[in-house]
Design a protein. Structure first.
Length: 130
């Protein structure tokens, strides 16, 4: 498409490629806002996620914290939990990261995120979490 898109697509590939959850989000909007996928790849991955300074795991922890704090972002939480596993974070680390959001985001958002985590971990045969 363009250089920014190619850079973003390359970064997504480094992170394990577009997860099924991420692709579902993009596909669900294709008939109404097909450019959103391109914007996400170009900006979020080509410009922001590809910056130096944080390794991929730390970057995913930051993203998850923000998504949990925002609430009502379960499809994105699902995509980023899968990416976090792809880049080497463990299910135990991810459970702790979700719990760490509790005093800042509150029980409803953390419980919702933990429910998403259960589904992602089940899909990756990582249950029970020790």
């Amino acid at each position: 498409m363009n250089e920014r898109y190619d850079k973003g697509a390359a970064r997504l590939a480094e992170l394990g490629g577009p997860t099924a959850a991420r692709q579902r989000v993009y596909d669900s909007l294709a008939d109404i806002a097909p450019d959103l996928h391109r914007f996400a790849v170009e900006f979020a991955y080509g410009e922001i996620n590809s910056r130096p300074g944080l390794d991929a795991g730390r970057r995913e922890l930051v993203i998850l914290g923000v998504l949990i704090g925002l609430g009502a972002t379960e499809p994105q939480v699902e995509a980023h939990l899968a990416t976090a596993l792809n880049v080497g974070l463990t299910s135990t680390e991810l459970v702790e990261a979700v719990i760490q959001a509790l005093p800042y985001a509150g029980f409803p958002r953390v419980l919702a995120a933990m429910g998403v985590a259960r589904r992602v971990f089940a899909d990756h045969n990582l249950l029970p979490v020790n």
